[in-house]
Design a protein around this ligand. Structure first.
Ligand SMILES: CC(C)(COP(=O)(O)OP(=O)(O)OC[C@H]1O[C@@H](n2cnc3c(N)ncnc32)[C@H](O)[C@@H]1OP(=O)(O)O)[C@@H](O)C(=O)NCCC(=O)NCCS
Length: 168
């Protein structure tokens, strides 16, 4: 499937040539954990069909990394969602998630999962908005407790699950 364009916004699958710019975007989007460039290269190489890059005027304004759970192909796990400060509050987060869901039409996708720390209101707002938009239930359960992060101080990461996704 080719890139989807709306005005000057281009939404597309990322390529390995985008990995360094994605790394830079994530570095500028706290509280996201910054992974190595190598991790973003792997995402662009092996998981590009379930990732989204948002570009405007040659700048990377947004990125989503996601993958299907290896043993549950109906569950899409959304790893990181980032929208650059200059592009926030314009529904880009929602637009990227909608683009991804439409791109995966025809796959067995029934549930979207993600983890969100308790005090990340923007992220919670985004996934609440998607559950409303897709008219699907949203449930929260314990997932990665803070102790699992070892000596690194890190908030717990409860799991949010949206679905089952219907035709709505
Ligand atoms: C979370 C993030 C991706 C949202 O991107 P965005 O494009 O500004 O979000 P949208 O404009 O699509 O808004 C989605 C919904 O979330 C809500 N929202 C956005 N920012 C919010 C905030 N700071 N506080 C509360 N709600 C917020 C919006 O009101 C909207 O809901 P609505 O349609 O009911 O009004 C962006 O703030 C970001 O990159 N934050 C830093 C990284 C991060 O925390 N990522 C999330 C980890 S998964």
């Amino acid at each position: 499937m080719g890139p989807a364009t709306s005005q000057d916004l281009v939404l597309r699958a990322p390529q390995t040539q985008d990995a360094a710019a994605i790394h830079q975007l994530i570095a500028e989007c706290p509280p996201l954990d910054l992974n190595s460039v190598y991790v973003y290269l792997l995402l662009c190489q092996h998981f590009r069909h379930t990732c989204v890059l948002a570009e405007r005027a040659g700048h990377v304004d947004g990125f989503i990394s996601a993958y299907f759970l290896p043993d549950q192909p109906e569950v899409l796990f959304v790893w990181q969602v980032a929208v650059h400060q200059r592009a926030r509050g314009q529904r880009l987060g929602q637009t990227m998630l909608e683009h991804l869901k439409q791109r995966l039409d025809g796959c067995a996708l029934r549930f979207l999962e993600t983890t969100v720390s308790p005090d990340n209101l923007a992220s919670r707002g985004l996934f609440n908005a998607m559950a409303r938009r897709w008219q699907a239930p949203l449930q929260e359960q314990e997932f990665f407790q803070s102790t699992l992060f070892g000596r690194q101080a890190h908030d717990a990461e409860p799991l949010l699950r949206i679905g089952p996704l219907g035709a709505a």
